[in-house]
Design a protein around this ligand. Structure first.
Ligand code: ATP
Ligand code: MG
Length: 231
């Protein structure tokens, strides 16, 4: 089995972009891939292709339909808020145990499985549970996506410490280049690598969507049977 949970230092940091790039690379290698975004907020039913589930389906080469959306992203909320708040805005409540049960099933869906979380590593997903609790419940290795803006290193290392403090294996950090940042991508990677070692720090520049890149190849390598970090 090979499954990974994509988390990040916060919202809009590049989790979906990284997940899609990784899916593309795994598919180019002929792997059977499945991807999930169990909790999707900020979802516009009038434009489902535009949201995260739509992007993941496109990367998987699958159509966007009610059936495929229900299969990969069963909990969809319209408000662009943390899922518990977005659910509340619709008079609903996130059932954390149901999300964990669904995600656990999802890890068996293919020989390579990518699950995208929401927001950052400690974003609340339900009244009393955060993304950290979700990853712990699944016992999956995590990919931690961070930026290169000024201050990103502290955000990255704080999230890294929080993940490891809960016993979560961090398979890799991805330094995803922040546009127009005063801090360089290479310097950020070098600096983070000194703190994260032996966990690899993968360098991801700005790319056109769908473009292959060595960063995605490095992440796909984590899915090899002998990679210690992905089970
Ligand atoms: N390396 C990159 N090159 C080009 N565009 C990128 C890159 N990384 C992210 N983006 C773009 O930045 C935006 C935010 O990225 P993305 O949607 O992947 O973030 P996210 O962490 O998944 O956000 P959310 O918390 O909403 O799930 C998207 O438009 C995405 O296409
Ligand atoms: Mg996303």
């Amino acid at each position: 089995m090979s499954a990974i949970f994509v988390t990040g230092t916060g919202t809009d940091i590049g989790k979906t972009f990284v997940a899609c790039g990784l899916i593309g690379e795994l598919r180019r290698r002929g792997r059977a891939v499945a991807a999930f975004k169990p909790l999707a907020s900020g979802f516009d039913p009038a434009c489902p292709e535009a949201g995260d589930p739509g992007a993941l389906l496109a990367a998987l080469g699958e159509p966007v339909s009610l059936t495929t959306l229900d299969r990969i992203a069963p909990w969809r909320y319209e408000a662009a808020l943390a899922p518990n708040m977005a659910a509340e805005a619709e008079g609903k409540r996130v059932d954390f145990d149901a999300v964990v049960a669904f995600s656990h099933q999802a890890t068996h869906a293919a020989d390579a499985v990518v699950i995208e979380g929401v927001g950052g590593a400690m974003s609340p997903v339900a009244a009393r549970h955060t993304v950290l609790d979700w990853i712990v419940a699944l016992n999956l290795p995590a990919l931690l996506v961070t930026g290169t803006y000024l201050g990103a290193q502290s955000h990255a290392l704080t999230a890294f410490a929080a993940l490891r403090g809960r016993g979560i294996t961090v398979a890799a950090l991805v330094a995803n280049e922040t546009p127009d940042s005063a801090v360089g991508l290479d310097e950020t990677v070098r600096s983070l690598a000194r703190f994260a070692s032996p966990v690899p720090v993968v360098s991801l520049p700005r790319l056109a969507p769908g473009a292959p890149h060595a960063a995605f190849a490095a992440l796909a390598d984590l899915f090899c049977c002998d990679a210690a970090h992905v089970r």
